[in-house]
Design a protein around this ligand. Structure first.
Ligand code: ASP
Length: 389
């Protein structure tokens, strides 16, 4: 016997190496494809660093860069950044998605630049009637209010409805009466009323314009968040549309239209021409399509191909997962775009923000601009206004 490697032992070694490589490749491919349905949820928890993400909006509409002064632009960007930072700080600290959503929305409600809380648009009768809704993706508990006139931060009242009442949706005087039993701050009419919004109403009446012509932009505010626990939340707050009458209610306080959150799929907040968002059921439609597999467009075929390709290359499991997460993000973007295209087809416009359980923070809008921002644990931190930003 000799210790020199024989032809046979070398070949055997090569054969078993080859067989093992093939076996590992095969197992890898099968495992990756089998993992696909559960990966979405598993990933958030498996990541070495817990993920969090947040997206906010301050309304979508016809926004023209040439008509906005640099000072005005800086004001909007500073307000959006402040709201984004307030929400992001809570998430980075391990706080809940629900707290982050409220922390981001409250400063926007208090900011007269936006059509929510202070700075809300006027009804035909010259009142500021406020709507808001909030939803917790953990258990799909939700709260909403419409037509309140003295609540400083309607998003907080919506949350009190969710937690402290047996109901989901309260309106007008009843909602205010409920607020008086809670620790909810009120404010006089002057707090909400701004000169700019009053002028919009006057112009609308004088020139017999529609709300869209007079406003050009909507200005509703909203936030969606994913926390380090993997929980999702969404909230939206608005004054509605200039000159609204007959007790008109838009999509913002309607759960499923303007706001939706479900840990199994996504969290969405919408802004735009509310009637169309109600008809399409925008927020819930996006979440349901995500859960069900898309608008006739699935990633399964390409995933299988990619998993096989990955198994044949030197790609690590982490690399393959990163690729897969990229696909999940593209899929969510595609679904949001498809639903917004439906809104447009019917004649409506506006936009949505969403976060997924994997941490994607996305926007989709069919207007020339949307006041928006997003931040994630991966280091994304941006605010933007125009489509080309
Ligand atoms: N969606 C809101 C409404 O129709 C308006 C907006 O988003 O600005 O009441």
């Amino acid at each position: 016997m000799t210790n020199e490697p024989s032809y046979w032992s070398e070949k055997q070694e090569w054969v078993s190496h080859y067989a093992m490589k093939n076996f590992v490749s095969h197992v890898f491919a099968v495992a990756l494809v089998a993992l696909v349905p559960s990966l979405a949820h598993a990933e958030a928890h498996e990541a070495a660093e817990p993920r969090w993400s947040i997206a906010i909006h301050g309304g979508a509409g016809t926004l023209d860069p040439d008509r906005m002064t640099p000072e005005r632009r800086a004001q909007y960007e500073a307000s959006l950044q402040m709201a984004l930072d307030a929400g992001a700080a809570i998430l980075a600290d391990g706080g809940s998605a629900m707290d982050a959503v409220k922390a981001a929305i409250v400063p926007l409600e208090d900011d007269p630049l936006f059509n929510a809380g202070r700075g809300a648009v006027f009804t035909w009768d010259g009142v500021n009637e406020l709507d808001a809704s909030i939803m917790d993706g953990r258990d799909r508990s939700a709260g909403a209010v419409t037509g309140v006139t003295s609540i400083k931060n309607p998003i907080l009242l919506a949350d009190a409805v969710r937690i402290e009442s047996p109901h989901v949706f309260l309106m007008g005087e009843g909602a205010e009466e409920f607020a008086s039993t809670q620790d909810i701050e009120t404010a006089p009419p002057e707090w909400f009323a701004t000169e700019a919004r009053r002028k919009s109403l006057e112009r609308m009446k004088a020139e017999q314009m529609s709300a869209l012509d007079v406003d050009h932009k909507f200005g509703t505010v909203g936030a969606v968040a994913l926390d380090q626990n993997g929980d999702l939340a969404a909230g939206t707050s608005t004054g509605g549309m200039t000159g609204k009458r007959w007790g008109r209610i838009g999509d913002a306080p309607v759960i499923g239209a303007g706001t939706y959150a479900d840990n199994r799929s996504c969290a969405v907040s919408a802004t735009g021409w509310g009637e169309y968002f109600i008809r399409v059921g925008v927020a819930q439609e996006i979440c349901t399509l995500l859960r069900a597999g898309g608008t006739g467009w699935t990633i399964d075929a390409s995933l299988e191909q990619k998993a096989t390709a990955a198994s044949k290359s030197d790609m690590t499991m982490d690399g393959a997962k990163a690729m897969l997460l990229g696909d999940l993000g593209k899929r969510a973007q595609r679904i949001a775009d498809d639903v917004m295209a439906e809104v447009k087809e019917l004649g409506g416009d506006g936009g949505v923000i969403l976060v997924t359980p994997e941490g994607h923070a996305l926007y989709s809008f069919n207007t020339t601009g949307m006041y928006r921002g997003r931040a994630t644990s991966e280091g994304v931190n941006e605010v933007a206004i125009f489509a080309e930003d």
